[in-house]
Design a protein around this ligand. Structure first.
Ligand code: MTE
Ligand code: CO
Length: 423
């Protein structure tokens, strides 16, 4: 039984459409027949009539002017000012699995710190044999590794807990980016300092105005954390923590301290001493869940979506999206075009890397009837992405953080998509 919450597309018209969905459109071809010559192929376009600018016109390249809409965007009413705020990755305009550096969403508590790398230091103190201070040059003498990881803010989709709200996957799911980091395994730096046996936690602190700090259990610090200095091959962007950021694979974004300047080894989490904050999940009974570090499996269809409608009419149509899990890889994503009455396995394409985004596609012949699109991720532990109602049963509706529920887009006959909820 399909019931709509929030914005309601017509259920009756959808159900009659659903029966026909999936039926092939006879004789559909993608390219147009050349009956009337297309002026764009017959005419000599201006750019073919003269030489373009030479090399060095843009010593650091920028995208084509025709891609000017592909930018990070914020939602001005969400926060009081831009300094302690967030903007969102334009997921609907991207493909593959890598987020270009200039499009990685930003989340700052006190704006972007403008750090001079020559003056930047990383200190390790606390329960260690030797308190150490590293310059950037010192750090470059340690062995480094390359890994592609997603970073998702715990508040991603946080505005959707009470029902469908923001109209675009950029805004519902865009507090995520996925880049290749080059960095030094944190365990190597901790080993250099020598952790005392009582050292079971680290406190990591940023050099920004917020001096943002977080507590991380030693087990994770020694496992796969990195002190990164490159993203997608080039220096970290100032927005992402230039010149150094902590990478905490699979764990909520707020722990990935940017502009990292200090690591203190201790024997308890710092918030036990009320010196640092943490994110908690308020449950329906008023109790709060303290630790939700790992980001559970999640997925979203990026095309079509409210900012990326179907503009070509019925016929061959590509659905695509991304999926990720802080617990491993994504071997399978299911897609439904009829609100969950029938599901099909999507086609995964591109590298399947641990704690990284994965790309999926589902190609079908659209009959032009309304669609209810959803994707459902399965991760390598066997966990299956829940519906929003399944999540609410466990978590209530007080939460802001850790909403990994299944997203629904309703697509009308014109191809326009809207954020809706069904149950
Ligand atoms: N580190 C510092 N020093 N200051 C911050 O404000 N924000 C955190 C984390 N690290 C923050 C920080 C939060 S809440 C998130 S979600 C991620 O950085 C965002 O990383 P990004 O700006 O690269 O997207
Ligand atoms: Co965050």
């Amino acid at each position: 039984m399909i019931q709509y919450k929030g914005k309601k597309p017509s259920r009756r018209s959808f159900l009659t459409g659903a029966a026909a969905a999936g039926a092939a459109v006879a004789g559909a071809t993608i390219a147009r027949a050349q009956g009337t010559p297309d002026p764009a192929i017959v005419n000599m376009e201006p750019w073919a009539q003269y030489n373009g600018v030479g090399v060095d016109a843009a010593p650091y390249g920028v995208p084509s002017k025709y891609e000017a809409d592909v930018i990070r965007r914020n939602v001005p009413w969400l926060t009081a000012d831009a300094v302690s705020s967030v903007n969102f990755t334009p997921l609907h305009a991207l493909d593959g699995i890598i987020t270009p550096n200039g499009l990685c969403f930003e989340r700052h508590h006190a704006g972007v710190a403008e750090v001079d790398p020559a003056e930047h230091r990383l200190m390790i103190n606390g329960l260690v044999d030797r308190e150490l201070v590293f310059t950037m040059a010192d750090l470059l003498r340690f062995p480094r590794e390359n890994h592609v990881y997603f970073l998702e803010c715990a508040a991603n989709s946080g505005m959707e807990w009470a029902g469908a709200q923001l109209n675009g996957c950029q805004f519902t799911h865009g507090m995520i980016h996925n880049v290749m980091y080059t960095g030094i395994p944190l365990r190597l730096l901790l080993a250099e300092a020598g952790i005392k046996t009582a050292g079971t936690w680290i406190m990591v602190e940023g050099a920004d105005g917020a001096g943002m700090n977080r507590s991380i259990p030693m087990e994770k610090a020694l496992d796969d954390c990195l002190i990164a200095f490159k993203q997608n091959g080039e220096a970290l962007r100032p927005e992402q923590g230039y010149p150094l950021r902590l990478v905490v694979p699979g764990w909520e974004g707020n722990m990935w301290v940017k502009w990292i300047r200090r690591i203190e080894v201790g024997d308890q989490p710092w918030y036990a001493r009320e010196e640092t904050s943490k994110y908690t999940d308020l449950l329906a009974n008023g109790q709060a869940r303290s630790f939700t570090w790992v980001m559970d499996a999640k997925s979203v269809i990026t095309n079509p979506s409210p900012q990326a409608p179907i503009t070509h009419g019925p016929g061959p149509t590509v659905i695509t999206g991304v999926a990720w899990s802080g617990h491993g890889t994504i071997p399978q994503v299911d897609v439904t075009i009829d609100g969950g009455i029938t599901w099909a396995k999507a086609r995964m394409s591109g590298p399947s890397l641990d704690k990284s985004m994965h790309r999926f596609y589902y190609e079908f012949d659209w009959d032009g009837k309304p669609l209810l699109l959803q994707s459902r991720a399965h991760d390598s532990t066997g966990y299956v992405q829940p519906t929003k109602d399944q999540l609410r049963e466990v978590r209530g509706e007080n939460s802001i953080y850790h909403n990994n529920g299944i997203q629904t887009w309703s697509v009308n006959e014109q191809g326009a998509a809207e954020n809706v909820e069904i149950s």
